[in-house]
Design a protein around this ligand. Structure first.
Ligand SMILES: [Zn+2]
Length: 633
């Protein structure tokens, strides 16, 4: 264990999944040349560094500070002053890390073709890696000081109090740290532990050959992931969609035995590591970092499985509105209604600002300042990274990347990423550096809550049933994607890992059966599940890259649903109190374990009712959709 790596952009990973907008259409302005896009809708990097010379000086400075930090080795046992000196030294390096990392990273993302910027960015990676190795002594040395002694040092030294949570969390995790020989042995396996992921990457991207099919209109299409999802969204011919799905998923099915062998090796690795570190299950091992009790995931899975009725009702409604005899999984992406309504950025920004008025004047004022110019990179340009994200720079604030294309999706993406950015704003201005970063476990609460505010705001603005239907459908589809689907994925991971823990084989047949049974459990008779969908597990990168990760989308969503209800129902005084608790959550950064932070805000994820709130929200939204659809006809 080394000190936490502050600049790993974990939030970014989440957002690419949720907010990725395929097939960007014409953006305004009508140029893809970055230089021709107005400066106020492009990033201004000068608050980070005025120029590259200043960045170079920062790189020199950080190396010097790292060397000075390394000299503190062996000093921690001297007493509280020595511990304080080390933590403050680490803070200084951490703050600099943000600056030297983000300056090239953000610029690279505005033009990924720029090799000079890419090369500078790589230099940052090399310096960080060196630091990780050079600081590996820190935690073991800290833990040689007995916990009672350390607690006394903290109590007697007011300047150490901001570090209390971080320091004591090291002791909490100590029981899973082995002796020096054991840690060395495990560290020797770290390269090789990445083998399943690396093999999956090669098989699913480098070696995979996607087939071409001829569509009903005679056009030939190669079923790469991008073409495939575009086809499912836009092709009105069900037979075309059916053949595309069979061919695309069948490509993975053709090498399913290899995928299963990779998955088995990954689950075996997880079980090996869990046992080596004295965890009773792989799930316990995965949850320990954030101190999340195992029943949180188990309750999530059980409650969601029991709450699939609204999901099935939604799919049946779509089937009816689309006029299909049979509704297949590949039919779920075809829009029921098409709309040519556009949401230009200025309008989108105003709508998002107006929607969060219930969070109070202070929140709105800070949000308005953030979007005033220089911090939001709005439009697509040549070479710019796709998707959307919010990235923080401690001491400077967040930067937000968009590819706004005037669609309803891009309006909600702004609300989502704006929620992350405001979380960063409030956390940075409230928390000292050491606890300023929030975990993924809390991050998606901020973003999904703002999406919900936007939905309710937009519904108030229009009485057009078609527009209202599309708004509601957008939100329902988000619950399908970020809640139901992710819980189903978590369920799959749990079942497969449990088999390994019991010493039972994990084969293609086993994985196919788990997946097919899950599809049946979730979709019931609302969907005709084609045989080939049993191979779907092999095309989910999260299963192979980050096991036991996806459930966090769902717990965030559940937390957000409950917080939103508390802020918007009941007597005024209670709503006000709930809003204050919510704002306190946003301001609390990473100053406690995420479950504890959420509990202070009024959310208890160990309770079934918290998860049930999403099921009920889904049910209410589908009922509203149904009513609007009846008005369109
Ligand atoms: Zn997000």
């Amino acid at each position: 264990m080394t000190l936490a790596h502050k600049t790993t952009a974990t939030v970014l990973v989440l957002c690419t999944l949720i907010a990725f907008t395929p097939a960007a259409s014409a953006a305004k302005p009508q140029t893809r040349n970055r230089a021709e896009i107005p400066a106020d809708v492009r990033w201004d990097f000068s608050p980070i560094y005025p120029n590259w010379q200043a960045w170079e000086a920062g790189m020199v400075e950080i190396e010097a500070k790292m060397e000075a930090f390394a000299k503190l080795k062996g000093s921690l046992a001297q007493g509280p002053a020595a511990v304080l000196r080390a933590y403050q030294g680490y803070d200084e390096i951490g703050k600099l890390q943000y600056l030297v990392y983000r300056y090239p990273q953000l610029q690279r993302d505005t033009d990924t073709r720029d090799q000079a910027v890419a090369a500078r960015f790589q230099r940052v990676g090399a310096v960080f890696a060196k630091f990780d190795t050079a600081t590996s002594w820190f935690t073991p040395e800290l833990l040689k000081v007995p916990q009672a002694t350390m607690e006394k040092w903290i109590a007697d030294t007011p300047a150490l109090s901001p570090y209390r949570f971080t320091i004591l969390d090291n002791y909490r995790q100590q029981k899973h740290v082995l002796d020096e020989a054991g840690e060395r042995l495990l560290s020797l396996a770290s390269q090789f532990n990445r083998t399943p992921q690396a093999t999956y990457q090669e098989l699913s991207t480098s070696d995979i050959k996607f087939p071409s099919i001829t569509l009903a209109d005679g056009k030939e299409v190669t079923l790469s992931p991008g073409n495939y999802s575009a086809l499912l969204e836009s092709n009105p011919n069900q037979a075309d969609r059916a053949r595309a799905a069979a061919a695309h998923i069948g490509t993975y099915g053709a090498t399913a035995n290899t995928y299963a062998a990779i998955y088995n090796s990954l689950a075996q690795r997880d079980w090996f590591m869990a046992q080596a570190r004295n965890f009773p299950t792989t799930l316990d091992a995965a949850l320990d970092g954030n101190n999340i009790p195992r029943p949180v995931v188990e309750t999530l899975v059980e409650t969601t499985r029991a709450g699939t009725a609204p999901l099935q009702r939604y799919l049946k409604l779509k089937k009816k509105l689309l006029g299909l005899q049979e509704f297949h999984l590949y039919d779920n992406f075809v829009p029921v209604f098409r709309s040519d309504k556009t949401y230009p950025y200025e309008q989108a920004r105003d709508a998002v600002l107006a929607s969060v008025a219930p969070l109070g004047a202070d929140y709105v004022a800070k949000y308005r300042r953030f979007v005033a110019g220089g911090r939001v990179d709005v439009y697509e340009n040549e070479g710019k990274k796709s998707g959307a994200y919010s990235a923080g720079v401690y001491g400077v604030g967040p930067y937000l990347l968009l590819n706004h294309n005037d669609t309803l999706d891009s309006l909600f993406t702004l609300a989502h990423e704006g929620g992350h950015a405001m979380h960063t704003v409030l956390s940075y201005e409230t928390q000292p550096f050491v606890t300023a970063d929030y975990t993924i476990f809390v991050a998606e609460v901020a973003s999904t809550t703002n999406e919900r505010f936007l939905l309710e705001h937009l519904l108030k603005q229009t009485s057009d049933p078609k527009e209202r239907f599309l708004l509601l459908q957008h939100s329902v589809q988000e619950i399908v994607n970020t809640f139901y689907t992710q819980v189903m994925f978590a369920d799959f991971e749990l079942q497969a890992h449990r088999r390994v823990e019991k010493g039972e084989p994990v084969t293609t047949e086993v994985l196919n059966t788990i997946y097919a049974d899950l599809l049946k459990a979730y979709y019931g008779d609302a969907v005709t599940v084609d045989e080939f969908y049993k191979f779907t597990w092999s095309r989910i990168p999260h299963f192979f890259n980050t096991p036991y990760y996806v459930f966090q989308y769902a717990t965030c969503f559940a937390s957000s649903a409950q917080l939103f209800n508390a802020m918007n129902t009941g007597p005024q005084a209670e709503r006000q109190a709930a809003t204050e608790r919510y704002l306190t959550l946003l301001k609390s950064g990473g100053n406690d374990h995420p479950m504890a932070q959420l509990k202070k805000a009024g959310v208890d994820l160990t309770q079934r009712a918290t998860v049930q709130a999403v099921v009920e929200q889904m049910d209410a939204l589908v009922t509203r959709m149904q009513a609007e659809a009846a008005r369109v006809r």
